[in-house]
Design a protein around this ligand. Sequence first.
Ligand code: ADP
Ligand code: TRP
Length: 319
Amino acid sequence: MRILTGIQPSGTPHIGNYFGYFKQNIDLLGEEENLLMMVDLHALTTVQSPDDLRKYRQELSKDFLACGFDPSKGTLFFQSYVPEHTELMWILSCVTPMGLLERAVSYKDKVKRGLEANVGLFAYPVLQAADILLYGADTVPVGKDQIQHIEIARDIAQKFNNRYGDGLLTIPEARVVPEVAVIPGTDGQKMSKSYGNVIPMFAEESVIKKAIMGIVTDSKGVDEPKNPKTCIVYQLHALLLDDAGKKELAETYKAGGLGYGDAKKNFFEDCMDYFGSMRKKREALKDAEVIAVIEEGSAYAREIAHKTMERVRKAVGLR
Ligand code: ADP
Ligand code: TRP
């Protein structure tokens, strides 16, 4: 069994990314073969500054290592260090009907949000299909928003196999992780770097504190009972606690006597505690160590990609 996932290096990660992506993928390590790829080619659809792209990619690798990605249990690599991604993408483009991409909601969403409607953005799902099919991945763990992209990858693989030969490409399965609800940002919308409502776990302490103190609440006074179900401070704080801790915190909210200011301070302290060892580990990580991990991971990824491409080139008549 091979599990593969990808994340765009397109900004500074936040606790929504941590609980919705980092933690789950790190927890999966060791059970099956695991590949985690930083999709820098995909990030080119939105990141226009070369310095930013280099920085985000390097920083994101550091974040994964700091959060516990153990390179002896999984492969961490850069998509662009394996040139076969773009070659396979082209070949797959030639079996992909336009209609399949025209139905992709994420393209429409991005254009609606004001991104330039370029070919890269439109063809994004074909590159993603190449990412997955190149490694013969059986399982792709994803959030709900990515299910359609995995469906597209499956469709493309099927079309390719119909034309060139059964079993040439492995049909991947999406694994939707149900327990990961959408984590709210400081304003109650989905936490996202596009909405400026994030709590970035590796930022300066003062930045984290400011973000937490800025969480939107209702106007209930200190003594009034509060509803943990609707309180964003509670929902975010609960992410850090075990079941007993969650229950106790909920009781405190319901009892009244805890003002939002203090509730936020408590959350801030627990947050610094929770991420403390990861923050220390991250500070101690040297750039050279990170680069060595990526080089080694990318070399391994290239070996797999090379074998798939040999097969694919032969199948389509390029060899
Ligand atoms: P952003 O929305 O900040 O741009 P990305 O789209 O780069 O984040 O997301 C990277 C990964 O983190 C994805 O797998 C996504 O599902 C997950 N993720 C992002 N935001 C959240 C959130 N608020 N709650 C849960 N998971 C999230
Ligand atoms: N499109 C994915 C996202 O925005 C990132 C991605 C690119 C990906 N290639 C992938 C995810 C391959 C899983 C497998 O989150």
